[in-house]
Design a protein around this ligand. Structure first.
Ligand SMILES: [Zn+2]
Length: 191
């Protein structure tokens, strides 16, 4: 069940603006929806498009997960950066970077979200500290061969910081986030 409205006009405006900023930053065009994630708080990205005007797939944000992020930081700062992680998955799907679910796909998306965190911090006052803490908080200690393992807290923080520092070093006019793909692969140590 997908929703286009949270029921709160200001929040809808915020999410819609952020979705457009992310489409532009990542050069991808997925649709964006809210969904009922009661019992399994999450945000997700899918390669399948729901709407023809948004051909690059679908990003969904759970209402419970939104509340968790809000409670974590006491403001909405983590929400755009978590959305950026999902757009990072869309970049992966569109440019066939990792081509497998699991830890490398998650750390790639964290790298991309970290690059966005730097971009956002230049555009608008941004709580970088709470955002980096969030990446640490979503890490897990499942076994490396467990498909549910998405990286330890240390790995997730390191990937986000590597993306942040990549854009900070490469933030010249005309830079395109697709140019971060080779840097992200080098960081992850994958061909
Ligand atoms: Zn992910």
């Amino acid at each position: 069940m997908l929703f286009t409205s949270s029921g709160n006009y200001q929040l809808d405006q915020f999410l819609s603006t952020e979705a457009n900023v992310l489409r532009s930053f990542f050069s991808v065009n997925p649709s964006f929806f809210l969904y009922d994630d009661t019992g399994s708080p999450n945000a997700r990205a899918f390669p399948v498009a729901q709407l023809p005007q948004y051909p690059d797939g679908t990003v969904v944000l759970g209402k419970t997960y939104f509340n968790m992020m809000y409670n974590f930081a006491q403001n909405v700062t983590v929400v755009p950066v978590t959305m950026a992680h999902e757009y990072g998955h869309i970049v992966d799907y569109k440019y066939h970077v990792i081509q497998a679910n699991g830890m490398y796909a998650e750390l790639f998306a964290d790298f991309m979200a970290g690059a966005f965190l730097y971009y956002r911090s230049v555009l608008t006052p941004t709580d970088v500290y709470n955002n980096l803490n969030w990446f640490y908080s979503i890490g897990d200690y499942a076994g490396v061969n467990d498909p549910g393992h998405h990286g330890t807290p240390q790995q997730r923080l390191a990937a986000a910081m590597a993306g942040y520092n990549w854009l900070k070093t490469n933030a010249y006019p005309g830079i395109n986030v697709t140019q971060a793909i080779p840097a992200a692969k080098a960081f992850l140590g994958i061909p």
